[in-house]
Design a protein around this ligand. Structure first.
Ligand SMILES: CC(C)(COP(=O)(O)OP(=O)(O)OC[C@H]1O[C@@H](n2cnc3c(N)ncnc32)[C@H](O)[C@@H]1OP(=O)(O)O)[C@@H](O)C(=O)NCCC(=O)NCCSC(=O)C[C@@](O)(CC(=O)O)C(=O)O
Ligand SMILES: [Mg+2]
Length: 288
């Protein structure tokens, strides 16, 4: 089971962060060529990210590159560098439609062929950052067999929606979160929740993590290493959850031996969905 709790942005123009970000052990590092990089630094950042991708320190960690959007002059060169650098995943920002994914896919396939990479090895993910992206989330998520995840990008999305973060239960993000998550689940790919910008506010970050976890997101996009441990701890099964999952599986196997389809444990019904959830808890615990 590949854990997809944390995908940490690392600005592609910051040589110091690029050289150390693997030590923080996020589940995936995301080298950013888009909004974390000033226009005048795009070429330098692309070169730095290409060299970082090839560095042995990053051999054992999933490497994602966020390229510039399709409405820029940079994305083709970004793709060339990322695919030739053997990035595992390309993250397309500001994805509006399935056509956007298909356009990227055809370029990625051509670069893989020219670079001698196995066809289909480079995976894709989409960041949804607008109302039209949310409306098209299902067709985006299912646009290509290369799609491995979809993310909701709260900063740009809320600008498009002409509103801002309220804190608390965040009703302004509810529809987009639910739509992106449903698209991901329908497509059997991972779903990432929004990045949280206030790096010193652990309480606010954890409040948001609990919303994402409860809704069913695999994890979040992150911007700072200190968010990693907080997120991983919140996503780890607790001892009580683990203990209950083991008891559920024991009760289920006893029921099976007695030829029963459904039994009760502590007054609660144990049936196939409950057994499935208990198995998932055990798998997550092993992966963690
Ligand atoms: C916020 C800050 C400047 C603070 O830096 P500071 O240096 O003040 O922090 P410190 O606390 O001093 O750092 C302590 C130590 O950690 C190191 N360290 C810090 N951050 C690190 C990191 N990210 N990677 C590796 N290393 C790191 C640092 O180098 C130092 O190392 P050392 O000196 O050795 O001790 C920094 O974090 C940062 O730049 N973050 C990434 C910002 C970014 O990428 N934004 C764009 C993506 S969002 C977006 O675009 C919106 C979106 O598109 C999103 C979507 O699509 O989902 C949408 O629309 O929603
Ligand atoms: Mg954005």
């Amino acid at each position: 089971m590949k854990l997809r709790r944390s995908m940490m942005f690392v600005p592609g123009s910051n040589a110091s962060m690029l050289s150390t970000s693997f030590i923080y052990k996020p589940d995936s590092v995301m080298f950013d060529l888009e909004d974390a990089v000033a226009i005048g630094e795009k070429d330098t950042a692309r070169l730095l990210v290409f060299q970082t991708l090839l560095h042995p320190a990053y051999r054992d960690i999933e490497r994602v590159v966020r390229i510039n959007g399709l409405d820029t002059a940079f994305w083709r060169e970004d793709l060339e560098a990322a695919v030739r650098g053997r990035a595992d995943v390309i993250r397309l920002p500001k994805t509006e439609s399935a056509d956007n994914i298909r356009e990227i896919e055809s370029h990625v396939a051509a670069i893989e062929k020219a670079a001698g990479r196995p066809l289909g090895e480079t995976k894709l993910m989409a960041a949804i950052e607008s109302a039209s992206g949310v409306v098209n989330a299902v067709s985006i998520a299912t646009a290509s067999p290369r799609m491995m995840a979809i993310a909701i990008a709260g900063f740009d999305y809320l600008v498009d929606m002409q509103t801002k973060r309220s804190g608390g239960s965040e009703p302004e993000l509810f529809y987009a979160r639910a739509a992106v998550l449903h698209a991901a689940r329908a497509a059997h790919i991972a779903a990432y929740d929004v990045a949280y910008g206030n790096v010193d506010d652990d309480e606010g970050f954890l409040r948001e993590v609990m919303i994402a976890k409860q809704l069913g997101f695999n994890g979040k996009s992150l911007i700072h290493p200190r968010q990693i441990a907080l997120l991983h701890k919140a996503y780890a099964p607790t001892v009580a959850e683990l203990d209950y999952a083991k008891r559920v599986l024991a009760a289920a196997s006893q029921a099976q031996a007695r030829g029963l389809g459904v039994v009760s444990l502590d007054g609660k019904m144990i049936d196939p969905p409950v057994i499935h959830e208990a198995e998932a808890v055990l798998q997550r615990a092993v992966a963690v």
